[in-house]
Write a protein that binds this ligand. Structure first.
Ligand SMILES: [Zn+2]
Length: 936
């Protein structure tokens, strides 16, 4: 640190300041200027609103008051942390704008995007007058340091010396975690107005920005729900009214797991980050006792710079130190979240050579003061928790949480203000190291070869990488290197770029470092496996000089209709669109929903070109041709179809998706995928499947996405313990009742609903169940001859990619898959068993109700392709996809979850096929006697 101190006189002063024994953080070391006084009303309030003196700190037991600058109470009508008061996003933004208006020299707001429901996403900047004036210059400097290629050492040093660290704080990603979005309102005010020396130092040395609400739609919906129900929750015990069924439009808690930034409003946060590249992104959450500050424990992603792993505990232990010294119990930094998955929202910072910081702060949701019973390991002393929270009953108010949140963040900002150049220099070093590593050590690149079966999948990978600011080049000539020969047009991801380590993290196989360790989210996400796209790792350094051009914008796959007979003209009768696995095939079918489309039951040839089973045969028209080309599909225009081809009609089903009320998130990802691929459906729930529902008269196919824990949780959902909880639109609570409505979210479909599903299938409907939802038809007897069990003790599979084997390649669900084995994400679905139960003769032989295993997991340790699975033998030869006929219809069970987040594109096609060919599944070749399906 002393090395950097030499660079400016100002920093020398700081060094002296640091070495003094006077705690810089404590306020009121000297009288504030006359214009800023303490707010006596607040001091009185905070003392009463905090349930015990040790839950308050000297940083937040007072609030400045300055004439002409509105405090939060002046605008909102209440102090932050008032019991039973939660702030809507629009009111928070109203306050931020009022603060900006009163102090335009120190505060600036920026609308950075719109949510799915049209609300503003806002970032507030607060810093000194001088820093705010040079905000744009500082941003540009930070971007230069983020990509140091071409900078001389002198330029780098000059930039480091003249650039202020930018510290970003985000709150309200998880809507039920209510306190952080309140705390940052007061924080913004305090930072803008206070003249305490340590805050002045923060303003002078740090550019602070705040995303006050990250999931803006979710916040408003949660606050509506809070005022509708949760505000009535009692002080102790009694009824808990449960959570609002939806946060954002699509996802709930997984908004912190969207590794490919598939949700637009989440991508807006990424884009903002990439524009500003703050070296620190501090994300505030609410859980754990009483404040956990993330320090990056194992397993750790070794692609991230070692410097990061020293910065994280540096900040965390400082916070534990300061808050402990203020007498606040329960502050700790180790033993919770690890550093393995790169998919958390704020991990955008760590992934881009900055630093993700994270808190979990105790609260009980909402804003009611309630009795909490603190217990468990987090109330016990540990080396990383020297002053644990007291075990036993304690009154807990939201103000307590706000005190912890704000004190912690102020402490982190104070630390940053003491070492501003260190933070900037570390960022510059991490960025420079990233470029260097890719230039000096293999692998040097990844190549995504051109000419793969489905170019839309290849282009999607290029675009997903570009979305995270990873540079992708396109080869302008054939590449011949030690690793192979690749055609012109192949994509090259060079690793000697600032985000080379991120490319490596996203693409490569995850070699989980220690099977004895658990991990907080997925253990694997390998993009090649998730996308079913071939990506080559390149060890030959000459790849860095291969002739190639940088992609400047996203790639649009160009569709192509070859016409061997000349120009496509009036004599063309049919377009044959190859089923090569492109996900946009179903989009094409829906865009041409009024057109009669057929598909061959088996592969056929036109000349020497082969078209797989399930290719679409479309009557020629300008409109069809435009859509085929726009969707990146490949095909052939013919004057006449070859004779003797056995075809089926590709009828579109009347489609519904079933959602429970207690687990809307996993269906949310499927809704997102269906919306993106333009698959229209009705969202149905328990109210739609009550006795006499007659589902078959309304639908042909019902998709039941992965949700719940087992069949019972899907049938019975949330028990009816409390009063009825309507989720309905009203004038008072406008955010409720969106996406679905009900008079009562509790209770589930019950056995009557399960019987309606049975009727639906027996009358010719197709029920498609995914992941955990596949317990339902197995446990409730809808899928004849199929049983589901849970893995035995010792099994642990946090989302690894595993191998599967396609057993019936001509079953329509497998159309478009040319390979025999397929990597899939292990989804924690049931261990299925399919075949005649002992003594059940009706299933023997060629009974029409005999289930067929279409694909299975190969299992065992050898079947684990990426990430961690303990007890992998339990999955050996277990069915993955089962077609279980029942009456006139069938259940298609997937033990995998083919539509998992915006991620498992390599598996989506199985679901899309099941929809397109819903009434074409009866006559596929039964499994050979040697397969596992019949051994069971
Ligand atoms: Zn959270």
């Amino acid at each position: 640190m002393t090395i950097h101190m030499r660079r400016s006189g100002r920093l020398l002063v700081l060094a002296l300041f640091l070495s003094s024994s006077v705690p810089a953080a404590l306020h009121a070391q000297k009288p504030a200027p006359a214009t800023v006084q303490d707010d006596a009303d607040f001091a009185d309030f905070v003392k009463k609103a905090t349930t015990k003196p040790e839950f308050l700190s000297p940083l937040v037991d007072h609030l400045p008051k300055k004439a002409g600058v509105p405090s939060p109470k002046d605008v909102l009508g209440y102090h932050i942390g008032t019991e039973k008061k939660l702030t809507y996003a629009a009111d928070q933004q109203r306050y931020f704008r009022a603060l900006e208006k009163a102090l335009p020299g120190r505060v600036k707001t920026e609308v950075t995007g719109k949510t799915e429901e049209g609300r503003d996403i806002m970032v507030l900047y607060v810093t000194s007058e001088a820093n705010l004036k040079s905000l744009e210059t500082n941003r540009q400097n930070m971007r230069k340091l983020a990509d140091p290629r071409g900078l001389t050492d002198a330029q780098t040093q000059q930039l480091i010396a003249s650039t202020k660290p930018h510290y970003h704080i985000s709150a309200g990603l998880h809507s039920q975690e209510t306190n952080p979005s309140e705390a940052v309102i007061e924080l913004a005010y305090r930072l803008a107005v206070s003249e305490e020396p340590y805050i002045k130092q923060i303003r002078d040395n740090v550019i602070v920005s705040i995303t006050g609400v990250t999931d803006v739609d979710g916040r408003d919906r949660y606050v509506d729900w809070y005022y509708a129900f949760k505000i009535n929750e009692p002080y102790e015990g009694g009824e808990n009214y449960g959570d609002v069924p939806y946060w954002g439009k699509y996802v709930f808690h997984d908004n912190n797991r969207d590794i490919n930034y598939g949700v637009d409003s989440l991508r807006a946060h990424l884009n903002w980050y990439l524009n500003w590249v703050p070296p620190i992104w501090h994300d505030l959450h609410e859980a754990q006792t009483l404040l956990y500050t993330f320090s990056g424990q194992p397993p750790q992603n070794a692609n991230l710079d070692p410097i990061l792993y020293t910065e994280l505990p540096f900040f965390a232990t400082y916070e534990v130190n300061k808050l402990t010294s203020y007498g606040m119990p329960g502050v700790w930094h180790f033993g919770f979240v690890d550093m393995w998955s790169p998919g958390y929202l704020g991990f955008a910072a760590a992934n881009h050579n900055g630093m993700l910081r994270m808190y979990e702060i105790f609260n009980q949701g909402g804003a009611n003061t309630k009795k909490a019973n603190l217990s468990g390991p987090q109330t016990q002393r540990q080396w990383f928790r020297p002053n644990p929270a007291p075990a036993g009953a304690v009154d807990w108010s939201i103000r307590n949480s706000i005190n912890y949140a704000e004190t912690g963040v102020l402490t982190a900002l104070e630390l940053t203000s003491k070492f501003p150049q260190m933070v900037v220099e570390n960022f510059a070093k991490k960025s420079a190291n990233a470029v260097k590593r890719g230039a000096e050590k293999p692998p040097y690149a990844f190549v995504i070869p051109a000419g793969q079966r489905d170019q839309t999948a290849v282009d999607r990978v290029a675009n997903l990488l570009r979305r995270q600011a990873i540079e992708v080049h396109r080869a302008t000539a054939e590449i011949k290197i030690k690793d192979g020969t690749f055609p012109a047009g192949s994509y090259i991801v060079r690793l000697n770029q600032p985000y080379g380590p991120l490319a490596k993290t996203l693409i490569e196989k995850q070699n989980y470092p220690d099977a004895s360790l658990t991990t907080y989210d997925d253990s694997a996400w390998s993009m090649s496996m998730a996308s079913n796209v071939d990506i080559k790792t390149i060890e030959d350094k000459t790849i860095l000089d291969a002739p190639a051009t940088l992609l400047k914008e996203d790639v649009t796959t160009l569709g192509l209709l070859n016409d061997p007979t000349g120009a496509i003209g009036a004599s063309t009768s049919t377009y044959i669109v190859s089923h090569n696995g492109a996900l946009s095939l179903i989009t094409l079918r829906y865009r041409l929903k009024d057109v009669a489309v057929k598909a061959p039951k088996a592969a056929f040839k036109v000349g020497d070109r082969e078209f797989p089973a399930g290719s679409l045969l479309i009557p020629a028209s300008d409109r069809a041709r435009k859509e085929i080309e726009a969707l990146g599909l490949q095909g052939l225009a013919v004057q006449e179809m070859p004779s003797g081809i056995d075809t089926m009609d590709v009828d579109l089903p009347r489609l519904a998706m079933y959602t429970t009320w207690s687990s809307t998130e996993k269906p949310g990802w499927v809704r997102l995928a269906f919306d993106r691929f333009e698959i229209p459906f009705d969202l149905i729930h328990k109210d739609h499947v009550q006795a006499g529902a007659n589902l078959r008269s309304k639908y042909d196919v019902i998709v039941m996405p992965h949700q719940g824990n087992n069949g019972k949780s899907i049938v019975y959902e949330q028990p009816k313990l409390s009063k009825p909880l309507p989720y309905k639109k009203s004038d008072k609570f406008k955010s409720l009742g969106m996406y679905a409505e009900t008079d009562d979210v509790r209770g589930g479909m019950g056995l009557a609903g399960a019987a309606e599903f049975q009727k639906f299938v027996d009358e010719g409907g197709v029920l498609i169940t995914m992941g955990v939802a596949s317990y339902f038809p197995a446990e409730f007897g809808l899928a004849k001859g199929v049983d589901a069990s849970s893995p035995a003790q010792g099994f642990y599979a946090p989302g690894p990619y595993v191998n599967s084997e396609i057993l019936i390649a001509n079953h329509p669900t497998m159309f478009g898959y040319a390979q025999k084995t397929l990597p899939v994400r292990y989804a924690g679905g049931p261990l299925l068993q399919a075949g005649p139960p002992p003594g059940a003769e009706q299933f023997a032989g060629t009974s029409p109700e005999r289930p067929q295993v279409i694909a299975r997991f190969t299992g065992g340790d050898a079947g684990v392709l990426s990430g961690l699975m303990r007890g992998a033998d339990q999955t050996r030869n277990r069915p993955m996809v089962v077609d279980a006929p029942s009456g006139k219809g069938r259940v298609i069970l997937f033990a995998n979850n083919p539509i998992y987040r915006w991620q498992t594109f390599g598996e989506h096609e199985m679901i899309f096929n099941a929809i397109l060919f819903w009434n074409d599944m009866a006559n596929t070749t039964p499994p050979k006697p040697s397969t596992a399906a019949q051994k069971n």
